[in-house]
Ligand binder design. Structure first.
Ligand SMILES: Cc1cc2nc3c(=O)[nH]c(=O)nc-3n(C[C@H](O)[C@H](O)[C@H](O)COP(=O)(O)OP(=O)(O)OC[C@H]3O[C@@H](n4cnc5c(N)ncnc54)[C@H](O)[C@@H]3O)c2cc1C
Length: 414
């Protein structure tokens, strides 16, 4: 009852803290990290005045978007609204944050509104580094989709795969680390291979990779040898896999050794933290944001915290699972700091599932803690699916993957 009274007051008088409110926290980015942080802040301290700024009225999730590409799932299953977040007491504002004043602690939105904050949490995800791969820019992405932000790009790549010739070729370019979702490109390559083998058996996919070592590599490569020996070929860095130029007019990509022409080219380009993290002054020369691993406070700007893909989170990968875990730890840290307490030292978990075929799932899990100023692996905790698992276990993991998506969707968006 008391909480409802607080909410009503807050909604009736936007951006002015009620008498019961201890502090104002603004969260920018309503994806896996930001929406979680906003909701958990209120769970940890219901007196906080929490505002979530998100550009889009609907969030489109990347996990499982590879299944959308090959027709195993509809786009609707990827979409989440913000009613649940608002119902939990968060003031949700659909606008884009465009400027941050670190001295007087305000943010400015693209609709001209200015909001004050005592602590700011940034979870803006990634931006594509459009200047990183010669020939690849926003116009090129309309012919050679990246589909690394789910939405229109996912639909475009799906349309291209739908209409590829029966003996067509797909080329995929995978960047060097770090990037969003380390196993994501290999899940995508697997599912595209499954789609081609099933619907266009003479078509082929070539994966050109800027590295030699990747997440769950042995599991992927064993499965590829078993399921897609004719359909999928992977070329690593030492064999000339790094794409150095894209030519959308010719539909070719170049490496140091060859030029490859294809009917469908999926470029997963280099990335950096979402632009607002740069505007805030929280990104370093690498393009990502160094953070304190206990509270996720920026190492560059006090009172601003960065979570999710934008953060340099040590051994933790850039995943939705990780963003969600970091958000909870950060929310607790912020709530404690605002109450004059020290943030507790978190333990964080990540699990990433990948589908190699519709009923063939694998996973990697890790547990992390702050050590020597970074988030480090706790040795002996976590691991990957067994290499020699029976089909039944692979099937079970595909089921767990779907269950994980349902669970995290409910937890983040209500
Ligand atoms: C193909 C693919 C498959 C994946 N599969 C998995 C998987 O199976 N499991 C897994 O755990 N992870 C997976 N991921 C990774 C996962 O999607 C990301 O790690 C996760 O979304 C990161 O969360 P985030 O909060 O950092 O960013 P996001 O979830 O991208 O949220 C960022 C939000 O911030 C908003 N925003 C940005 N700037 C502003 C601004 N200035 N003002 C207002 N709003 C702003 C954006 O609109 C966006 O909604 C996958 C990714 C891809 C590409």
């Amino acid at each position: 009852m008391k909480r409802r009274a607080l909410l009503t007051t807050a909604l009736a008088t936007p951006f002015i803290a009620s008498a019961e409110t201890t502090a104002r926290v603004v969260v920018i980015g309503g994806g896996f990290g930001g929406a979680t942080a906003a909701r958990f802040l209120l769970q940890f301290d219901p007196r906080l005045d929490v505002t979530l700024i998100e550009s889009s009225p609907t969030f489109t999730a990347c996990p499982f978007s590879n299944a959308v590409l090959v027709g195993l799932r509809g786009m609707d299953a990827q979409r989440f609204g913000y009613k649940g977040v608002a119902a939990s007491g968060v003031r949700v504002v659909h606008a884009t944050a465009s400027a941050i004043d670190r001295t007087v602690r305000t943010i400015t939105l693209d609709n001209g509104t200015s909001l004050p904050w005592d602590r700011l949490i940034l979870s803006p995800g990634i931006d594509i580094a459009w200047d990183a791969l010669p020939g690849y820019n926003e116009a090129a992405a309309e012919r050679m989709p990246h589909a690394w932000k789910a939405g229109p790009q996912t639909i475009l790549l799906k349309q291209q795969l739908d209409t590829i010739a029966d003996d067509g070729t797909v080329v995929m370019s995978v960047p060097a680390n770090p990037y969003r979702c380390p196993p994501g490109p290999y899940e995508r390559a697997s599912l595209i291979a499954w789609y081609l083998k099933t619907h266009k058996p003479r078509a082929r996919i070539l994966v050109l990779d800027a590295k030699d070592v990747f997440s769950k590599q042995k599991l992927f490569q064993d499965a590829w040898a078993k399921l897609y020996p004719e359909t999928l070929r992977w070329v690593g860095l030492s064999d000339g896999g790094k794409v150095t130029r894209a030519d959308p007019a010719a539909m070719t990509v170049e490496t140091d050794f060859s030029t490859y022409k294809a009917d469908v080219i999926n470029i997963i380009p280099p990335q950096r933290a979402g632009r607002i993290a740069v505007i805030a002054g929280t990104a370093d020369k690498s393009g990502w944001c160094p953070i304190d691993p206990v509270s996720f406070e920026s190492r560059l700007v006090p009172n601003i915290h960065v979570i999710g893909d934008a953060a340099i989170a040590g051994a933790m990968p850039k995943s939705a699972f990780a963003a969600n875990a970091q958000a909870k730890a950060c929310a607790l840290g912020v709530a404690r700091l605002l109450n004059g307490e020290a943030p507790g030292e978190p333990r964080l978990i990540n699990t990433c599932y990948s589908l190699i075929a519709p009923e063939y799932g694998i996973s990697v899990a890790g547990v992390y803690r702050p050590a020597n100023g970074v988030l480090a692996d706790i040795e002996g905790a976590g691991g990957t699916s067994p290499l020699d698992a029976p089909d039944e276990q692979r099937h079970q993991e595909a089921t767990y993957a779907e269950a994980w998506f349902q669970t995290i969707g409910r937890e983040v968006f209500g």
